[in-house]
Design a protein around this ligand. Structure first.
Ligand SMILES: C[S@@+](CC[C@H](N)C(=O)[O-])C[C@H]1O[C@@H](n2cnc3c(N)ncnc32)[C@H](O)[C@@H]1O
Length: 253
């Protein structure tokens, strides 16, 4: 990133970082990346030398719901401005001994970055390279730091869309409420409900004349089973209802 602060005019520090794609040769790749950005809560897509993004073409076709915002709001940017205005993190794979010359140390994995990025105050951009040739040595030389996804030494090169998706997944800063996942604490059966379940089991063991000497052991086993099951409130209430009905059933002749 340049020291010339005027270059940062109009760009504020952002969390999450912007995502820059350099010379994406296929519009489909841009669409895939836009979709991954929307999936993981990223909004700012920067395109260096983008292909034609025809609204009826592959980019919009691959973008899913990102066709509504991430993609149409994408900003075209020159590499010079990208390098000057942002703290740039170039994403690259190491493929063989020769390619190691691309690799600047220290490098970060996406997981390392996830820990460190929240403390970086400068506007930050993750920079992805071309599907066929990646980022050039000249581009890498102007980038502030390197991020590499740990992958098999035999074949560490992911395709562009996969690399962006893995990186953005690791760097997502969505809170649980911002994801589709239920809050486990909210649905988990409260202790009181589970205790009532055990009381009901004890009543049932009594009802069926389960041998007195086996009852403690049976109850311990039931506690272990329910403990592993991590019951939701709904599940616990359903089981409680069934046990009550079994306990209250009039004795058969
Ligand atoms: C198919 S790769 C380019 C392959 C090119 N031969 C190279 O070695 O860079 C397209 C882009 O995906 C990203 N990429 C692929 N594998 C990666 C990895 N293991 N770690 C980080 N980025 C990766 C990089 O941004 C790369 O420029």
């Amino acid at each position: 990133m340049s020291d010339d602060s005027s270059e940062t005019d109009g760009i504020t520090s952002r969390t999450p970082p912007a995502v820059a794609v350099v010379d994406a040769q296929s519009p489909g790749n841009v669409g895939t990346i836009a979709r991954a950005m929307k999936n993981f809560g990223f909004t700012d897509l920067l395109l260096v030398d983008p292909p034609d993004l025809d609204p009826d073409g592959e980019a919009y076709g691959f973008a899913g719901h990102a066709r509504e915002d991430v993609l149409p709001n994408a900003e075209e940017i020159g590499f010079d401005r990208l390098a000057q205005a942002y703290h740039t993190i170039g994403c690259t794979a190491v493929t063989n001994e020769d390619d190691r010359s691309h690799m600047r140390f220290p490098y970060s994995t996406p997981a390392d970055l996830a820990e460190r990025l929240p403390t970086v105050e400068a506007p930050t951009a993750l920079v992805f390279g071309r599907e066929r040739v990646g980022l050039t040595n000249e581009e890498l030389a102007r980038i502030d730091e390197i991020c590499s996804i740990p992958a098999s030494a035999d074949y560490p090169v992911l395709n562009l869309g996969q690399a962006a998706t893995v990186t953005l997944y690791e760097l997502r800063s969505l809170t649980l409420e911002e994801t589709q996942l239920p809050d486990v604490e909210r649905v988990r059966a409260p202790e009181g409900t589970v205790d009532r379940l055990y009381d009901q089991w004890a009543a049932l063991l009594e009802e069926i004349n389960h041998p007195e000497e086996k009852r403690d052991k049976t109850m311990r086993m039931l506690r272990r089973v329910y403990g592993r099951a991590d019951l939701t409130e709904r599940e616990a209430n359903t089981l409680l209802g069934l046990l009550r009905r079994a306990t209250e059933r009039p004795a058969e002749d």
